[in-house]
Design a protein around this ligand. Structure first.
Ligand SMILES: C[S@@+](CC[C@H](N)C(=O)[O-])C[C@H]1O[C@@H](n2cnc3c(N)ncnc32)[C@H](O)[C@@H]1O
Length: 250
């Protein structure tokens, strides 16, 4: 209900942009999406649907690996919200990989929703990396209570860590990121990934939902877009990348 109330308070500012018809369509979509998130949680015995505002994530400087000012940038919304269970699996499956060779890593895993969705494919391991202790606790509880999944991967883990300092597994990787970071942090995450690829060349794919920083990613020549939906930085859209070191990178 709180999520719906928050959306209703945004109506006046949306009116200018969308007009009445657009606002009514947006309200209808918001209501149906809330019902879908609720039904998914109830059926699977988990709680992933309630948004958590950045201020409520319990992030005091102690969990940061970088200077605190890098974690907030003007206009960036660091709230927790979950991926859509009706969009994510299709984006993942479109990579069309031999999943048994890959580890799945959600950078900014929140309450762990995509971990359960990914674990329905036979990944070696499914890992969530999350900065907020509060969300890590909820994600671990969800792992205990989850039901009604056809899990092909039973090895699901949540790591409490800052993605900028995370040491990636040495296997081929499918990385997921749902608009988790402001620009300075995203740059450090990409540098961390590039370094991991340089030290240990292997197949790495990355799916980026709500690609607000796609122009930043385009500066990194080791990432090539292989799949996309939605317009520039669109809320509901995504970009999928394949990571390949340029020939002269070593
Ligand atoms: C939009 S939520 C996405 C949740 C989840 N990936 C999903 O799709 O359901 C982004 C998450 O990134 C986390 N986050 C932000 N900065 C982080 C960092 N530096 N390291 C790890 N997690 C981070 C936030 O706490 C939040 O839970």
């Amino acid at each position: 209900m709180k999520d719906i109330a928050r959306r209703i308070t945004r109506i006046p500012s949306s009116l200018d942009r969308l007009g009445w018809k657009g606002v009514l369509v947006a309200i209808w979509q918001s209501l149906t999406n809330s019902v879908r998130h609720w039904a998914w949680d109830v059926w699977h015995g988990v709680e992933t649907r309630h948004q958590v505002a950045l201020k409520q994530l319990g992030l005091d400087g102690s969990s940061y690996s970088q200077p605190p000012e890098q974690y907030v940038t003007p206009g960036w919304n660091g709230d927790y919200s979950s991926s859509a269970s009706w969009k994510f699996p299709e984006r993942l499956k479109r990579l069309n990989l031999d999943w048994r060779l890959y580890t799945y890593v959600d950078l900014g895993a929140g309450k762990g929703k995509t971990l359960f969705l990914a674990a329905q494919l036979p990944f070696i391991k499914v890992i969530g990396v999350e900065l907020s202790h509060k969300l890590v606790t909820i994600a671990r509880k969800n792992i205990q209570t989850q039901r009604n999944f056809n899990l092909k991967c039973k090895d699901i883990d949540v790591v409490e860590a800052d993605a900028t300092a995370y040491e990636f597994p040495s296997t081929p990787l499918v990385i997921y990121c749902f608009n988790s970071f402001p620009e300075p942090i995203m740059r450090l995450v990409l540098e961390n990934l590039r370094q991991s690829l340089q030290e240990n060349p292997r197949e790495i794919y990355m799916i980026y939902t709500h690609p607000a920083l796609e122009s930043v990613i385009s500066e990194y020549d080791f990432l090539t877009v292989i799949d996309s939906s939605g317009g520039d930085g669109s809320r509901g859209g995504h970009r999928s990348y394949r990571a390949v070191l340029p020939v002269n990178a070593n």
